[in-house]
Design a binder for this molecule. Structure first.
Ligand code: GLU
Length: 281
């Protein structure tokens, strides 16, 4: 049975782009008699806002979406992230990194899908492992896993190319786990068979496929959908003027009609579907 999910980070209010993502995942599950889960990705202590969670739930209900089982919170799963990191450390695949963001930027010589590629400054260095980030030794990890493939339902078979990210952070200083580690573990724990999300996260799936291989996790299929974009081709963003769903909801708009329009690719003036110009992840 197919099982999809919508996994918002409660860092800001949901807008039409989020509504579109939620509807795609919801409808793919419902059309096939499958299940749709709601997972709140709330482990970024510096950005996550608990007060937005009831708003997100109200927004999705207003759109007429239903989900199966209780809402899942990443913050309830920290132990599983730590345990997975310990396994990777035991394999000699993680190393502590004390570089600041500024140092990474200054040292980087290439740009990858997530931005500047870390050149491995702390790899092989004696770094006090307290209160630092832990990075994946990408070359070692990719060699251990061997060649990998994954399937995007829209783009077709893909050869996994996680090396383009360099040594990604898996455990953060300011959050218990990185997006890559937490999302990969959660999709496995939630039994997700079709990872449905926007094209801005397409490249991240190369890393997730590698983590699945290293941790012995089941391999889902992916479905990276187009994004609602602004007239300049950039991904719709709240800060550039897209109204929050909560504003439309409180303004008396009918959420089911909003959802129906999105299903028919009818967007407010100027907005259209696209791949998102200049997206980095
Ligand atoms: N939490 C991520 C976001 O809000 C989505 C993660 C995912 O779908 O894998 O952008």
């Amino acid at each position: 049975m197919i099982r999809t999910r919508f996994a918002p980070s409660p860092n800001g209010p949901l807008h039409l782009g989020h509504a579109y993502a939620a509807i795609v995942a919801h409808d793919l599950a419902r059309e096939q008699g499958g299940e749709f889960l709601l997972r709140i990705e709330d482990i970024d202590g510096t950005r996550s806002r608990a007060d937005l969670v009831p708003e997100i739930i109200a927004d999705l209900e207003w759109l007429g979406l239903t989900w199966d089982g209780p809402v899942v919170f990443q913050s309830s799963r920290l132990a599983s992230y730590g345990a997975a990191a310990e396994r990777l450390k035991a394999l000699g695949l993680l190393y502590p990194c004390q570089c600041t963001r500024a140092e990474v930027l200054a040292a980087a010589r290439e740009t990858g899908p997530d931005g500047p590629v870390y050149p491995g400054t702390c790899r092989g260095r004696a770094v006090n492992p307290d209160g630092v980030a832990w990075r994946l030794d990408m070359a070692k990890a990719a060699a251990l896993a061997g060649p990998l493939e994954w399937i995007d339902a829209l783009a077709g078979p893909q050869v996994a190319l996680p090396e383009q990210f360099g040594d990604v952070v898996l455990l953060r200083k300011e959050a218990p786990a990185s997006y890559h580690l937490a999302a990969t573990l959660d999709d496995a724990a939630d039994g997700i068979t079709l990872v449905t999300r926007g094209q801005d996260l397409f490249a991240a799936s190369h890393v997730h496929r590698l983590l699945q291989a290293l941790l012995g996790l089941p391999v889902p299929t992916w479905h990276h959908h187009l994004l609602i974009c602004e007239p300049d081709g950039r991904k719709l963003a709240k800060r550039r003027g897209s109204p929050a769903l909560a504003v439309l909801r409180r303004g008396g708009e009918d959420g089911r009609s909003v959802a129906q329009a999105l299903r028919m690719d009818q967007f407010p003036t100027g907005l259209c579907l696209g791949a998102g110009v200049g997206i980095e992840a």
